[in-house]
Write a protein that binds this ligand. Sequence first.
Ligand SMILES: C=Cc1cc(F)c(CN2CC[C@](CC#N)(n3cc(C(N)=O)c(NC(=O)OC)n3)[C@H](F)C2)cc1O
Length: 298
Amino acid sequence: NPDISPSETLPDTDPSVFHKRYLKKMRDLGEGHFGKVTLYLYDPANDGTGELVAVKALKQDNGHVPEGWIKEIEILKSLYHSNIVKYKGCCTELGQVVQLIMEYLPLGSLQKYLPTHKLGMSRCLMFAQQICQGMEYLHSKRYIHRDLAARNVLVENESLVKIGDFGLTKYIPEGEIYYRVREDGDSPVFWYAIECLKESKFSFSSDIWSFGVTLYEILTRCDHRQSPPVKFFEMMDGAQGQMTVMVLIKQLEKQQRLPRPKDCPHEMKMLMEQCWAADPAQRPSFRYLIEKFEAIRQ
Ligand SMILES: C=Cc1cc(F)c(CN2CC[C@](CC#N)(n3cc(C(N)=O)c(NC(=O)OC)n3)[C@H](F)C2)cc1O
């Protein structure tokens, strides 16, 4: 339309800048150790026609912004993949970045979706392959996730899932193999590789172990009676009843692993066991897992 000058059609504001005053709180989506994720309507026109967004905010402690928080925002901002939740922007307050704005996936996590949608095996394997594709991309940028689990995978629709949270993601510098941290608070120990439990050594290979547990969750349709914590407690031959990290390590050192889910194809059982190899070097890569899923799903 020749008589409208470009300046009348181009937006003159940065779409990745969100103003706190236009964020209308809807409800909480999740709670983490250091903060929470909340559903907001971003409604600058103040007429309810805005868009729903998922907002991650840290529990503010005396106003200083932890260095890891900026890192998490920078990491998500740099990721572009169909199986990774989209970064939308930031909301700053007093010039400090305080909130991370992401796309909202109303179907929520696999942990909530699977028990109520009876998915067939082929759909489960399709989701598993998509998680591997998102993770292969993440590893290609030298990031390790450190918290891969069904609760952190979101459902876009019945044919698409995305890795939705990067709260524990770390960069592994060139030439390094491990990332070492002093674990604190509620670490997801039942998703942790044996070397993470024993020496806090995280690597690309420890993400593979966590993927194996995530695949187990998918094959059990996230039935809470078969959840990793429940099954590991059951395997503890119920004696002392007190599960500690030491007891879990002993079980894993005795080569005990999560049981084969009902109706689980033998090939999937083999794949999970490869992901749970005691030696990190023996575990497959996400590239290898993608090819396995391609072959099985043909
Ligand atoms: C500050 C740290 C921190 C705080 C937390 F609450 C959590 C846990 N949280 C992660 C994000 C979460 C699950 C995933 N993936 N989710 C994202 C969406 C979305 N983008 O739409 C969504 N949708 C939904 O539930 O729709 C019905 N759930 C869910 F909030 C749990 C992890 C943390 O590191």
